[in-house]
Design a binder for this molecule. Structure first.
Ligand code: CU
Length: 111
C-alpha cells in the first residue's frame, strides 16, 4: 500500500511540471491571440460613465470586424482610459474581444 502511494506521488510529481508548462504555453497563446485580435476604430465620444467603466461612442465602420458605423456602449479595460475624455471628443481606440458577446476598449486617445 505504502509503495503504491509512493509510485502515485512519483507519477504526480512527474506530471505536474508538465501540465504547468502546458498551462503557461496556453496562456502565452491566448495573449498572443488577444494581441492579434486588437481592432482599431475611430469615432466620437457621446457619453462617459465613469462609475460603470463605460463609454458611448459613435464609431465609424470597423472593417477588421465587419461592423458598420453605429452608436454603442463599450466597457473600458480600466478607469484611467476615461481620463480627460468628454462628449464631443474625436477619438481613436482599440478593441479586444472578451467573449463572443463582449468587447472592451484597451486603448483610447483623442485624435
Ligand atoms: Cu458598434
Amino acid at each position: 500500500m505504502k509503495k503504491r502511494i509512493g509510485i502515485i506521488a512519483l507519477l504526480l510529481a512527474g506530471v505536474a511540471p508538465l501540465s504547468l508548462a502546458a498551462q503557461s504555453m496556453a496562456g502565452m497563446e491566448a495573449q498572443k491571440k488577444a494581441e492579434q485580435a486588437g481592432h482599431q476604430g475611430i469615432g466620437k465620444v457621446v457619453a462617459v460613465d465613469r462609475t460603470k467603466l463605460s463609454i458611448k461612442l459613435a464609431h465609424e465602420a470597423i472593417k477588421s470586424l465587419g461592423w458598420p458605423g453605429m452608436t454603442m456602449d463599450f466597457r473600458v479595460a480600466n478607469a484611467s482610459l476615461l481620463d480627460g475624455l468628454k462628449a464631443g471628443d474625436a477619438v481613436r481606440f482599440e478593441l479586444m474581444q472578451l467573449n463572443p458577446k463582449e468587447w472592451v476598449i484597451v486603448k483610447i486617445e483623442r485624435k
